[in-house]
Design a binder for this molecule. Structure first.
Ligand SMILES: NC(=O)c1ccc[n+]([C@@H]2O[C@H](COP(=O)([O-])OP(=O)(O)OC[C@H]3O[C@@H](n4cnc5c(N)ncnc54)[C@H](OP(=O)(O)O)[C@@H]3O)[C@@H](O)[C@H]2O)c1
Length: 316
């Protein structure tokens, strides 16, 4: 029997990488094996992956040599950065560069790079529609990922560029779930106007990435966008109401108001939603539901995700 092809998974104890590791582990006949990368192989999450029979190795994307070791001997790698851990686009760029170089050094045959649009291509820095942030970004956590695509391309790393979508899980763990307004009604607050927001169950990102590794060479050099559904604020509010059995409304605020909410990253997210609102057609078109479902036949709709997760949403 041919030797298994190892996929080294960065962020394996997190949302995207975790979904990929579980997808590979759930399909032992596939010929793929996951190598879970974590900074702490002794953590509870790392031990849960080891309990699935997954190889767990310690490495830190801030330590290039450790990433090179973790990629050695692998067929492929899933590369992701962690903006919300440090809020630094420069750090994301450095980490992406280190992963691209390690992939090149290890001679990997297939890398999936979890990226996002460089919004400056559509909204240049001198465009006053949205403020420039951190000196040279419009949407820092998007722009740095998009800029980092070049590290993979210029080194000739065989890469598939994966455009992810808004995790519906943000309604549980990112403080974005329905909140009681002054009128006592539950409301979700987004600056999307009447435009559609591509969203996805975070667990499905890894499953789609697994579909990309299975397709292999035909995807190299291409950009694949994924989403579970494209929904307006009103459509999401109605789905929440169905799942929770109580009224939920959509509170459409302007991007200016959203940017002023004051929580860490509010300006970045305000610009991000404005970009998604103002370029709805292009942003949704880049995330084909049919392609996502072809890669991952178990792709969840928002209703299906809510049926599983509504009880976990903190309602204030
Ligand atoms: N939230 C959204 O809606 C959304 C949508 C699209 C894209 N994104 C992007 O998704 C990215 C984060 O991915 P995620 O949600 O899968 O992350 P996550 O769930 O926060 O998990 C990240 C994992 O990466 C590991 N990690 C952190 N720093 C590391 C380092 N220096 N070296 C090695 N491993 C490290 C951590 O594992 P250990 O502690 O075990 O090392 C952690 O479990 C962000 O860049 C964000 O912009 C988010």
């Amino acid at each position: 029997m041919a030797e298994s092809r190892i996929i080294a998974v960065v962020g394996a104890t997190g949302a995207q990488g975790g979904g990929l590791v579980r997808a590979i582990a759930a399909d032992p006949a596939s010929g793929f094996k996951a190598r879970a990368i974590t900074r702490d192989a002794g953590s509870e999450r790392a031990r849960a992956l080891a309990a699935l029979g997954v190889e767990v190795v310690a490495a830190d994307v801030d330590d290039a040599a450790s990433i090179e070791r973790a990629f050695a001997g692998a067929h492929g790698a899933y590369c992701v950065t962690f903006f919300w851990d440090h809020f630094s686009p420069e750090k994301e760029l450095a980490q992406a560069r280190a992963m691209a170089q390690a992939a090149k050094g290890a001679g990997l045959r297939h890398v999936v790079w979890s990226t996002l649009e460089d919004t400056r291509k559509r909204v240049p820095l001198d465009d006053a529609r949205m403020p420039t942030l951190m000196g040279r970004y419009k949407v820092p956590h998007f722009d740095a990922k998009g800029e980092a695509n070049a590290f993979f391309t210029e080194l000739g790393v065989p890469t598939t560029f994966l455009l992810t979508s808004f995790y519906w899980d943000n309604f549980i763990s990112f403080g974005m779930g329905p909140k009681k307004g002054p009128d006592g009604k539950l409301a979700i607050t987004l600056p999307m106007g009447d435009k559609k927001l591509p969203g996805i169950a975070a667990e499905d990102i890894g499953k789609c990435a697994y579909g990309i590794f299975k397709r292999g060479a035909e995807t190299i050099g291409t950009t694949i966008g994924i989403a579970g559904e494209h929904l307006t604020g009103h459509e999401m509010a109605r789905a929440f109401a169905r799942a929770l059995g109580r009224e939920v409304v959509y509170n459409a605020v302007t991007p200016e108001v959203f940017r002023g909410f004051g929580f860490p990253g509010a300006e970045d997210l305000g610009n991000m939603f404005q970009f998604k609102r103002d370029f709805e057609t292009e942003y949704c078109a880049a995330r084909s539901l049919a392609t996502s479902r072809a890669l991952n036949p178990a792709l969840q709709t928002f209703d299906a995700w809510l049926a599983r997760n509504a009880s976990r949403i903190p309602l204030e």
